[in-house]
Design a protein around this ligand. Structure first.
Ligand code: F0G
Length: 357
């Protein structure tokens, strides 16, 4: 009989820094679906295989849970009673959930007014202490690093190496499922932990000959928050994709290494392009991700259109978070599609249907 799924640490235990006596803090994260796009490749007239790794189906709705199960497991193992992070929203929701699971406290610093509604609601429900700052993520990150020197709290941002250990398992899952690594791996880049973690995962599998190839890593940023494209940190990042509204990425060197070693690149896309990709995925594939996540598809489609990614390629795009997290953007995206209100009788319903056929 098959044992029920108990999360990515159990699944990849031999590749993660845990021992037999470690108490695993898990919400059965990971094992997210890898969905092959069917309609969009046909619409763009390209012979390609595009798969999306839908990380929005993790327990708190984002890829952060992969790193958080490891980071909180190790914090608890080390005797921590409290964790802290700066966040654009998803890390805070994830940290709060895993802290609740572990029975410890979570403190989160978030930029006032700049996090999506769903993420705020989650973090409140999981009962974290939320500290809103009159500043952006980068300022929050600096404060968290300082305060951790003065208070008994473990940082669970991706500067915590256990975060990347957990997140590298997404690459394992992709290879385990496809039987090979994709030719190109596209993902949104903010603080740059995730691109670094994927590269680590692909490298470990290639080194151990679990697969024979490694992907080219393509990191996409929002035009108003694109330090990797600029080549240096930027002061006042701005984008509708609040998850990646970051100007001073903490995993700078690791992300540059991933790009250079894989022969990949960074690029940037406007809010309009990102939102168009988000809507396209929802409308034509039935996959609802949050705006930041759609940067991966926006980039892949652009690079396919210019031939930078050639036809015949196998591409994986990571969809980092669930669209339900940001209902306000979704409603704005669909402002023209107002629901009709009618009388509650059969005739009116029939007319409403026939009118919109
Ligand atoms: N996509 C989503 C939905 C995110 O929440 C983030 C980061 C990223 C992409 C970028 O990933 O930072 O590893 O390059 N969110 C962090 C947070 C910063 O606080 O939730 P990255």
């Amino acid at each position: 009989m098959q044992k029920h799924y108990t999360g990515l640490i159990e699944r990849y235990r031999d590749r993660l820094p845990v021992s037999a006596s470690t108490r695993i803090i898990s919400l059965a994260e990971g094992a997210t679906p890898l969905i092959q796009l069917q309609n969009i490749p046909r619409m763009i007239g390209k012979d390609v295989e595009i798969y999306v790794k839908f990380e929005g189906l993790n327990p708190t709705g984002s890829f952060k849970d992969r790193g958080m199960t490891m980071a909180v497991t190790k914090a608890v193992e080390a005797g921590s009673q409290a964790i802290i992070c700066a966040s654009t929203g998803n890390t805070s929701a994830s940290a709060a959930a895993y802290a609740a699971r572990a029975g410890i406290k979570a403190f989160v610093l978030i930029p006032d007014g700049k996090i999506a509604l769903g993420k705020l609601a989650q973090t409140l429900m999981y009962n974290a202490t939320i500290i809103q700052i009159n500043g952006n993520f980068d300022q929050g990150m600096e404060l968290v690093k300082e305060v951790a020197n003065h208070a008994p709290v473990s940082i669970v941002n991706s500067i915590n190496p256990f975060r990347l250990e957990g997140q590298k398992t997404a690459a394992f899952e992709i290879v385990d499922e496809l039987g090979f690594a994709p030719d190109y791996h596209c993902l949104p880049v903010g603080n740059a932990g995730n691109i670094s973690a994927y590269w680590k995962g692909y490298n470990e599998y290639a080194t151990d000959r679990v697969c024979g190839n490694r992907p080219v890593m393509c990191g996409y940023q929002a035009a108003g928050a694109a330090p990797f494209v600029a080549g240096h940190p930027i002061e006042n990042p701005e984008t509708v994709a609040t998850a990646i509204r970051i100007g001073n990425p903490q995993s700078w060197d690791l992300a540059i290494a991933a790009q250079q070693e894989s022969g990949g690149w960074f690029d940037k896309f406007t809010d309009q392009q990102i939102l168009a990709a988000q809507k396209m995925l929802s409308q034509f594939e039935g996959i609802f991700c949050e705006p930041a996540s759609a940067a991966s598809l926006a980039g892949a489609l652009y690079d396919l259109s210019t031939g930078k990614i050639p036809e015949g390629s196998k591409i994986v795009c990571t969809l980092t978070g669930n669209g339900i997290k940001d209902p306000e953007i979704a409603m704005q995206q669909c402002a023209d599609a107002k629901p009709v209100t009618i009388e509650a009788n059969l005739d009116a319903v029939k007319r409403a249907i026939l009118d919109s056929m």
